[in-house]
Design a protein around this ligand. Sequence first.
Ligand code: CTP
Ligand code: MG
Length: 519
Amino acid sequence: MAACVGMCRLQMKGAERIVKLGQKSDLTARRILTRSTFATKAQTVKNTPQAVVEFSTKDSISALKANCTIPSVQHEAAVPFKSRLLSLKWAGQGSQSNSSKTLEFQKHSPISVNELTRHLCKQESIDQQIQCLTDHYQLTEENISLRFLVCSLLRDIAAAYFPECIIRPFGSTVNNFGKLGCDLDMFLDLDGISGLNQNKGSGLFLEYQVKQGTSVRTITQSVLSVIGECVDQFGPGCVGVQKILNARCPLVRFAHQPSGFQCDLTANNRVAMKSSELLFVYGKLDARVRHLVFAIRCWARVHSITSSIPGAWITNFSLTVLVLFFLQRRTQPMLPTMDQLRDLADPSDQCIIEGNDCTIVSDLSKIKLQTLNTDTLEKLLQEFFEFYGNFSFSSTSINIRKGKEQNKPETTPLHIQNPFETSLNISKNVNATQVERFVALCRESAWLLEQKEVLKRSAGHSADNIPHWGLAALLLPSVAQSAGVKGRRKKRHHLASDRIKTLLESLKLSSGGAANSHH
Ligand code: CTP
Ligand code: MG
């Protein structure tokens, strides 16, 4: 990770000037991390472009402070808690001429699906399309830096009570499957405070006085409640704070306006940290894993299989585990089982959390399996849909530890064993309707990928007018779903999109009755 030693939020003109100055002087500003996140929040700044600038050294911030006029009159009603995120305004002359060469900005939100499909249509193969999707959606290095910055800003608040605490990002920020715009999952790590037992052999025992709670859960709840209150009352730019303390994993949810991130802060959630590491390891073993996960996550979001609102939907985490399981189940397995990852571990990898064996190998060079599988992304995508289009969800549980289907231990519509807490089901929230929708969409997508008009890009169109093909065709509104909704609501609507109508007509013409055999 780049040295995020100093950050500064600036008005855009000031930001450009500082970064340009920095290229020559001691103000060594490295780059602009984000811009305009405040512009949409009318209550904060009236459409003034903003940027977060990262500096190379702490001295740069001192140099900046030495060079700036610091207003003596602050807001009268300001909470006296100073964030390290400074605001700088350029009020000098000549900004126009200095900003003639515009700086490059990294995007922090994903492109729209329409824009994405335009890019996809221009590719030459489905494999290229899948790679193109990952390129557009994955987190940039700047975005990840910004996420680490927000963790450190939050730590400043938590450190008022727990000076030795660390706030660590987990989930899609660090597991290599994060999409631009995904939430920021954070873990308040207080373990450094409890300290390890070290027997010095002197016969003297020293014990800090601490308050006893009734259970680990109640302590976690009270810690999060207090920190949540501080974030709410004192956290600059932290808005919409919700304390969700009765959840299985208690959390504080809020929006961090300067970065634009939706944040979830948890504590005592070490197993989730470990499952982020597990996903990271699987993603590192073979580049195809990430590509396939990105494609499936995008496909699922477009068809409302996943949702940004919590509910009975399949989550991205469950979806990722479904992809991993499918890759373990290939005739020539592409991924090892978790038991294999554990068996390859060194003694130093041993990790037991709350009685769960969370040991996995850290030296990835020990894992050889994936080189034997040479499936293309196109084939994997096609077969993913076939695999789950025909999967017996009603009787079987998905188990990436064993890499095998297991009998369901309970009668929930979807059972995916939690990778480390094996008695838990990560998709307990999912209802039967959502599983049926997932299966129906898998079947429809498998069918689409059998049509030659979908498989190949058609020739003779201008670059901006290529009919939807390959992955782009799979992202069009689903016919099965809109027909289902129509039937249930007894309403007569036109098909969701004229584009799909045209597409289907062309498919019917070319493939005749055989095309319906899957439905
Ligand atoms: N997690 C878990 N068990 C669950 C749900 C989540 O262990 N039932 C852990 C996983 O490590 C997951 C992390 O918590 O990666 C964060 O959860 P979430 O934000 O729901 O998933 P992400 O992987 O971060 O995906 P997204 O991009 O949708 O945020
Ligand atoms: Mg997340």
